[in-house]
Design a protein around this ligand. Structure first.
Ligand code: BES
Ligand code: ZN
Ligand code: ZN
Length: 508
């Protein structure tokens, strides 16, 4: 898709479909007062009758289509609701933009234009974040994940023109910057989604390694893909235990990003660690058949880190970053690890395996430790780690855990820029006894089912040690269970944008 930014007035732009956003400016709930988020009088004039009719309520994702709108060069005018004006965030703008592209797609239109909302007193967003949110929304709204359907007849949108009425000077520069960044971030997120979408038989650990390597070759990143031999040589027994029950060899993927100007020797080195279970049967502690097919997305944390590295390579922040991806398939087999086994992680800690379905924390244990040996001074991991996190937070917020306030604070700032939603859950030392084992240093499940997301985080914290660390449990958010007006059913690519913003926050 060719997505471009043009400094032009929307009324004179020839296009099969011109989208403009509208919001409800009413103070009370009973009488909506709908106005366009555009300063162009010609657009307001064309939409006047509809807006005054009371038929269009301006709800987020609501649309109304006018053919041959008077006074405009566009063939169609699509009014897209953005919700209550007082509550418009970059997230609402992103969703409205996604709704516009999906509406065009539904009508098999190959091109559309979007009138960028005017950043003025009506919405409390700056020009840069508006442009960024719109470009992210259209890029993320565009794909559908019916990849393997032989009756696939989609007519993809080929061109999206974002139209900005020039304000000249600083505001236009901010718009250009927001647009350029949003494009990079959304395309990286879509790359992540394309990986998460793949079924387990297609995307094995080795194939994940190949896809990561191909991306790195394109982006100019150094990438190493190791397998069984290296994992055993490094004494990653926690990782290997998970991998050894599968006919598919595991992959340890290491990606290095070096800034153009070498940072000082004592500058931070960020470690991005991802859970890459390409299919999770649960192993010997096998999962019920119902819903097991979903476990192809158990590599979404790994895919998020690979996507984040793609964006980092393009945005070039002045900070060193290394990604460590631990990928394996969790299978039951004669060679599989078993409940009751005791294994020694790369760090030297001994682990009692109580449940082979708690495999994510095992591969991450060695991934986190390995990242430290590579010189990482600050760590972030992402993992579809626990059903318990979904029970706690539902499908809207991912879980955020940390052992360090400054590092956590940087992550909350990152969330405010990315527009993603994460909610902090505890992992303080008073939960340590959840993972105390009789026979070994720790065990891989909590002592009971209470606070399962925290028990998993406590386990990881043992391997982060004194290194500042943030853990994201994305089990509930990595897959969109329902299609929405602004986004397809399927892989979400959650956390990519926030991880990149967290990295950029360290670059100063
Ligand atoms: N991959 C699952 C977690 C998961 C569940 C991800 C649902 C996405 C959707 C993880 O490996 C797992 O099975 N965790 C267990 C841990 C338990 C055995 C302590 C869980 O959450 O039930
Ligand atoms: Zn599992
Ligand atoms: Zn899993």
């Amino acid at each position: 898709m060719d997505t471009r930014l043009l400094f032009q007035n929307a009324d004179a732009f020839e296009t099969p479909l011109l989208a403009v956003f509208a919001a409800n400016f009413a103070a009370s709930t009973d009488s909506p007062s709908i106005r366009l988020l555009s300063a162009e009088p010609a657009l307001t004039a064309a939409a006047q009758q509809l807006l005054g009719s009371g038929e269009f309520k301006g709800g987020l994702g609501e649309t109304a289509l006018l053919h041959n709108p008077a006074g405009l060069k566009a063939t169609r005018l699509l009014i897209v609701g953005a919700g209550k004006a007082a509550e418009i965030t970059s997230d609402a703008v992103r969703k409205a933009a996604g709704t516009a592209v999906r509406a065009a797609r539904q009508r098999s239109l190959k091109a559309l234009a979007v009138a960028l909302p005017t950043a003025d007193e009506s919405i409390k967003l700056e020009a840069g974040s508006v442009a960024r949110a719109v470009v992210e929304g259209v890029e993320l709204g565009a794909p559908d994940y019916n990849t393997y359907r032989s009756d696939r007849k989609d007519v993809p949108v080929e061109t999206v023109s974002l139209l900005c009425r020039s304000a000249e000077g600083a505001s236009d520069d901010a718009t250009r910057r927001g647009f350029a960044e949003g494009l990079v971030l959304a395309r990286a997120q879509n790359f992540t989604r394309s990986l998460v979408n793949e079924p387990g038989n297609v995307l094995t650990p080795a194939v994940l390694g190949q896809r990561a390597k191909a991306m790195c070759d394109d982006a100019g990143l150094k990438c190493e893909v190791y397998s069984t031999e290296k994992i055993r040589e490094l004494r990653m027994e926690a990782f290997w235990s998970v991998a050894k029950g599968s006919a598919q060899p595991p992959a340890l993927i290491v990606i290095h990003y070096e800034p153009e100007v070498a940072p000082k020797a004592d500058a931070p080195v960020l470690g991005l660690v991802g859970k890459g279970i390409t299919f999770d049967t649960g192993g010997i502690s096998i999962k019920p058949a119902d819903g097991m097919e979903k476990m192809k997305y158990d590599m979404a944390g790994a895919a998020a880190m690979i996507g984040a590295m793609k964006a980092i390579a393009e945005l070039k922040p002045a900070v060193r970053v290394k990604a460590v991806i631990c990928s394996a398939e969790n299978m039951p087999d004669g060679a599989a690890f078993k409940p009751g086994d005791v294994v020694t992680a790369m760090s030297g800690k001994t682990i009692e395996i109580v449940n082979t379905d708690a495999e994510g924390r095992l591969v991450l244990a060695d991934g986190l430790h390995y990242a430290k040996t590579l010189g990482c001074t600050h760590l972030i991991d992402a993992a579809t780690l626990t059903g318990a996190c979904m029970v706690a937070l539902g499908l809207i917020n991912f879980g955020v855990f940390s052992n360090d306030e400054v590092t956590y604070e940087r992550f909350t700032q990152a969330l405010s820029v990315s527009g993603e939603k994460g909610w902090r859950l505890p992992c303080t030392d008073d939960y340590r006894d959840h993972i105390q084992s009789q026979i070994a240093d720790i065990m891989n499940t909590g002592k009971n089912r209470y606070g399962g997301a925290t028990s998993a985080a406590m386990f990881l914290k043992e391997f982060a040690g004194d290194t500042p660390w943030v853990h994201l449990d994305i089990a509930g958010c990595a897959w969109n269970e329902e299609k929405k007006p602004w986004i397809a059913y399927g892989p979400s690519g959650v956390a990519v944008r926030s991880i990149v913003e967290w990295v950029r926050a360290w670059a100063g």
